[in-house]
Design a protein around this ligand. Sequence first.
Ligand code: KIV
Length: 284
Amino acid sequence: MAKKKMTVLDFQKFKDEGKKFSFVTAYDYTTASIINDSDVEVILVGDSLGMIMLGYDSTVPVTLEDVIHHAKPVVKGAPDTFIIGDMPFGTYNVSIEDAIRNANKLVKETGVDCIKLEGGVEMADTIRALVKAGINVMGHIGMTPQTATSFGGFKVQGGTPESARKLIEDAKALQEAGAFSIVVECVPSVVAEAMQKEVRVPILGIGAGPHVDCQVLVTQDLLGMYGDFKPKFVKHFANIREEMVKGLNLFHEESASGAFPTPEYSFNKAVEIPSVYGPGDTSK
Ligand code: KIV
């Protein structure tokens, strides 16, 4: 049975009812349709596509056009799943007008249900303006990959009493600005737990421990497909990379040996092919 697509209001309802949910990434039609067949409620077309799909070593070079290009097939493939479109670096830090223009473009051209952007209290005015313009906004704080160089790389955030308090105040500022939910990435479990309690909107955790409203992982990480590195917080729930290599090697072996294709995988209609030399021609 098809699942019922979540709405923005359901995010809050789930938190209020203590019902945990999950979200994962997708960047293409086939993966989106597989997730749509699963129980996972939410898909993010994340700027992590820069690493996972395009082979970059960070999310910074990803463009709005990249996200639009990947979001269109995801929206097609997952009609029963709530879909988030990520705002890439440089698309919302120039001016509020520019942020609204780019968010409008992302929503209008793809049909995503909301946008997500990174940053704490410094993004509150932008979020307020986006929400006023009618755009659903998800925040993202903690280890924010687009600005990771400013804190020395992909490192756990909120590890001191002051930085933990600052993160919780950031979450409150985003909530007050109108963000309907907040991703918190790579923080100690106790910090995410305190945030989950102090903040009314749902806290969506990636590398943030168990005491959050929703668990987030990159699909290619959780299925064991991405081979470049594995962050500590990633659990492999399957080993699809291994399975794919096994399948490819079997195809290679059977192609080389002639075991594939058998008649089952061939078109076996008998066709009488006229000779190019004509009937009775024996000159060949
Ligand atoms: O782009 C992405 O995959 C993300 C998740 C890490 C939340 O922003």
